[in-house]
Each structure stands twice: as structure tokens, then as C-alpha cells.
Design a protein around this ligand. Sequence first.
Ligand SMILES: Cc1ncc(COP(=O)(O)O)c(C=O)c1O
Ligand SMILES: Nc1ccccc1C(=O)C[C@H](N)C(=O)O
Length: 434
Amino acid sequence: MDDGTSADETVRDRGVEQARRRDDKDQLREFAARFETPDDLYLDGNSLGPISDSAEQRLDEAVEQWREFGIKGWSSAEPPWFWYGERLGEQLAPLLGASPEECVATGTTTTNIHTLIGTFLDKLDDRTGILVNELDFPTDHYAIRAQLRQRGLDPDENLHLVESRDGRTIETEDVVAAMDEHEVGIVFMPSVLYRSGQLFDIETITREAHERDIYAGFDLAHSVGVVSHQLATHDVDFAVWCSYKYLNGGPGAVGGLYVNERHFGTTPALAGWWGHEKETQFDMDLEFTPAESAGAWQISAVPLFSSAPLLGALELHHEAGIDAIREKSVDLTSYLISLVDEELSAYGCEVGTPRDPDRRGGHVAIEHPDAYRISQALRDRGAVVDFRQPDVIRVCPSPLYVGFEEVWEFSQLTADIIEDDIYQSYDADPSGVT
Ligand SMILES: Cc1ncc(COP(=O)(O)O)c(C=O)c1O
Ligand SMILES: Nc1ccccc1C(=O)C[C@H](N)C(=O)O
């Protein structure tokens, strides 16, 4: 070229300009300034979302309340700590498409699976089979197997796994067929698969389950905050989630659960005093009276410092609005998929996520035989992604703080790392938190 720039540079300039034009039109753009990310390209918000000004403010406030009120904070703080789980539930309800009474912030995804699977197992008379799938996040199976064992039920006989046809996704029709193949009492599926990012059809699965008198529960860890849910409309029986991914509630933040109002009054499998009817909780009656709400599934006193940041994060989240968040998320993941197709496929990368936006959550799985080494090289160069066995680089352009230019830069960096064999100097054996 006459001006000394190579054809390659011109293509890259054009690419970045296009991405910037999309950022200029982005209505959520200003929210990025309210987050602090430790790295330039923070693309791991489906594992741990970053801190925001409002999350930090609520956490600082909680520390001050502790100093100021001591024990009196349970009733005098705002919100009163005694009602903190329920207040958070009110804020969460619009994201779940449920009434405030049906949602509560409590426990963790895993403990909430324990108590809800246990509760619904206790409601079953004969058909004690639980239907899950072979691509699930492992903790779900660990907890369900433990609940089966505690009822004297053999997990190998009672836990049924829907198989994947392609190793990436689960077909709804296979879930439905499996409901008829086994003596199923509960179907428990993820909203979004942690590896491929496939979004499940919650409505159809719930409808088909109910037609067979089967309870339908979901693990929403990978969708809450980035996909909008209609749990009440779809008549889902119960659901669980965590708050540290797209809700940006902080590491180990309090989790959440939903129970359909028709199940209020059921005794929780893991009962604890915090689930007692609030008005009489301090009567200290030795007989447990469950709260007439999802709050009944709380176990222990609210962990305030892992709850307060969530309140702040949800305030910010509502300012942005879940519909705008989902729309931008779909635009970002579509853009990323097109960049993998156009640029990275030449380097052996393949998209493992469904291409239909209605079938995917907020992240994209990029498959490559050297996924682990590439993910490490990316992290060392300021692009934080994660690796999942056996060959997946998970990339999450979380819409509140990631823009199109960053997605573009990620694709260029990945191309360079592979083209220049940079990843070859990394250890091929995954270890530690990947
Ligand atoms: C689908 C799913 N369920 C559960 C968990 C973990 O649960 P916990 O919050 O109990 O660590 C994760 C991720 O950590 C997940 O992706
Ligand atoms: N909570 C964590 C703590 C440490 C490392 C990862 C996590 C994750 O959340 C992993 C995530 N659930 C996943 O889909 O892989």
C-alpha cells in the first residue's frame, strides 16, 4: 500500500471502526463506567461478575449499619436485616417473572438444590425418579444423588440422565421422551448449559412435565440477570440460582430460589428457623410453622455482607432493564459468533453454541483442541476467559460492562495467539481454577 500500511492493518482498522460505531449506538454504554474490572477484556462474567459502584456502596453501608446499630440493625437498618432475604426477593422477582412472595435470596445454588429437591422428593408418593441431563454442571448431580441417598433411594436407579446427541446440547424432545421412559417424579434441568451456553425451553419442558404429573424445577445459574424469565406464567414448580455471575453480587454472594405459590405451606426438607413464619419466629415455638412464601426455604440468618452488594447490584441492573440487557447480549454474542466464523475458524476454532439466539444464553463456547493453552495465553494478555473440559474456551460479553470493541479486540488477540504460536509455550495440563 502507498501509505505504508498493510492490507491486514486496513482490514483491522475497518473492523475496529465498525465495532466502535455499534458502541456509539449502544444505549447501555454508560453503565460500563460504573464497574471496575481488573483486566482490559473481562469476558468471564458468567463465572464472576465485577464490582460496581452501587454494589460497593451497599456493602459499605452495611458495614456502617453494623457499626451504628449492632443488634438493632435487624429491625432498625434499612432494609431491616430481618427482612433482607425477602427484600432482595422483591427485587429479584421481576427478573424471574414471579411474584415477590415466590422469590427469596438465600443460601447457595447447591444448598438450594438440596432443600428443594429434598422437598419435592418428600411430596412424591411412588415415582421417585429424577430426570437430569448428562451435560449438567456437576454440583447439581452431587446434591440430587445425596438427597436420594438420604431417603434410602439408590441414585443409580433413580437419577436418569438425558443423553446429548452432539456432546454440546440437549434436545427438548429427548427430555420429553425420557419422561415417558422412566418412572419420573421430578425433572430438573438447567436454563442454560454451563459449557455450550444452550438455552432450554423452560415453557415446553414444564408443560410436558405437568401433563405427566411431574414436577419441573430449573437451575438458572447461567441465565438469571441476562435472560428474562417467566417462571409464574410458565407455571414452573421451583428454581434456584446464584448471584455472582450476571447479577454481579460478588464472590460467594447469597443465592436465590423460587417456589410456585401453590407449594406454599409445604415443609422444607432442610428446615431452619429463618424459614419460620416471620411474625411468630421469635416466639421460639419448637414446632416449625413455615412462612407462607418462598421465604420458608431459608435456613439460617441472612449473611449480610454477601447480600448487601447484591442489593446495590440489582438497583443498577434495574436501571438498565432486563429487556435492554438481553437485547444487547444477543447482539454481542451474535457479533462474536460471526467473528469466530469469519476470522477464527481459519485457526481451528469452532462455535459450540447454538446459532439461534432463542436457543442461547449470554456466553459463547469456542472449541479448539488447544483451548486450555489458548485461554491461559489470553488471560496473560488481559483477556479473561475460562476453559472448560475438554476443549471449550468460554467467552462471556456481559452486556453491562462489555462493548463491541472489546469483542473485536478479543477476536484479534485470539487470532494472534494462535497464528504466532504463542499458546505453545503454555503447559497443556489444566490445573487449579480454570
Ligand atoms: C449450573 C450451575 N449450578 C451451580 C453452580 C455452583 O453452585 P454454587 O453457587 O453452589 O457454588 C454453578 C457454578 O458454579 C453452575 O454453573
Ligand atoms: N463459583 C465459582 C468459583 C470458582 C470458580 C468458578 C466458579 C463458577 O461459578 C463456575 C461456573 N459455575 C461454571 O459454569 O463453570
